[in-house]
Design a protein around this ligand. Sequence first.
Ligand code: ADP
Ligand code: ASP
Ligand code: MG
Length: 458
Amino acid sequence: MSGPVVMKFGGSSVANAERLRNVADIVRSEDADGIVVVLSALGGVTDALFSCGKTAAARNEAGALGGLGRIMERHREVAGELFGGAVPDELADFIAAAEHELSLLLRGSAMLGALPDQSLDALVGHGELLSSRLLAAFMQVPWLDARLVVRTDSRFGQARPLPAEIRDLAGKEVLPILARGGIVVTQGYIGSDASGAPTTLGRGGSDFSASLFGAAIRAAEIQIWTDVEGVLTCDPRVVPDARPVEHLGYDEAAELAAFGAKVLHPATILPAVELGIPVTVRNSLLRKGRFTSITRDASSGLPVTALASRAPVSVLTVRSPGMLGGAGFLARIFEAFGRRGVSVDLVSTSEVSVSMTVEASAPLEGLAEELSSFADVRIERERAIVALVGEQLRRTPGVAGMAFSALRDMNVEMISLGANEINLSLVVAQSDAPEALRRLHAAFFGKENSGSVSKGVA
Ligand code: ADP
Ligand code: ASP
Ligand code: MG
């Protein structure tokens, strides 16, 4: 391969010592001009850290420190297994220092009975710091604190990266190592703001980090290693016979991620697009297996490439028989959304009404009250968006008809073709969504063609 690559490993790929050894093998066998390894926390650790934080904020100091003790014990055990009991002093000191810092954060929070977002980010980011330190020590390669490179704004918990600054910082901190053909191990998920305060990119954000590093170093490829053989035709937890998609376009992948395919964080593709960097999604447990390659012009060639689903969402329907076609009506509605910071996913209009889907957590009551001064407003909760995504969708007549006949008796409450015409979205009751996905999958991908999703160890 000409040029450096980024290799990101998710929580399930680094769950224990055996998996970390497997990661080291995969990295060592990669032939590239320099490698940035981006690691998630050991599987389950981020959740456990969040839970300790919550316990502390409820003033339960003993409970929080007990939880922390178990997390640290797990890391010490993994370290012990990796090094056959002879854990290097430097690594043991790093683990001890992390434990000290975490216990201070939890004690402070228990005393206050609160955990501000800024402290929460400092707390939960330790999962990645610890896992990456274990791997770097085991592989005996440089460890990089991602907070020195991934500069973000100060929206703690959902920080936005600042790509130009990240590129400059990567030029100083990462490129010199890669220029020597070296390997550097760093963290996903975390960054820091201009004042140096630790931030996080939101849950599942390690994919995004991989892509940010990839763009910053002009990588030849961004590899996302996970526990399935790439992006599948549907979520395998819902449709067990979902099968890997070999080629995806950037737009298709971005749309699938935005509409709920957990295998990629929704922002992953963005940094790669501008530079045309290929993104591959691979299975760390079946390293020679099938995988997905995501590039600018690729497409599965099928009318529908894959399905995704997001729930719960709410549907807000605004009805005003006399006014819908009138100038300014829609503007007035969207202005109200904008002022309250509520973003709309799907929009569908009829002669007399407009329906919109929004996140279930959006503050809808106030909005509905405001809109009801000039229209009838109805809110329906516990709905799901089911999305059919495919580059060929716009050129294939009959897809909507096929979808409706697959769903037959099911109530489809809204239908919307995305402006890019590669996403046909349907809204159904949340409780109907799994069955809707199974039926649509059978209709568009047919049982006779289905491969199985392998989760075994290679
Ligand atoms: P990681 O820890 O590696 O980041 P995630 O759990 O975030 O892994 O994402 C991988 C999981 O995403 C899979 O195990 C699978 O259950 C789920 N998933 C949902 N939709 C899809 C899809 N379309 N293709 C593949 N996996 C999917
Ligand atoms: N560890 C973080 C999380 O669980 C980030 C990630 O794994 O992508 O959300
Ligand atoms: Mg993930």
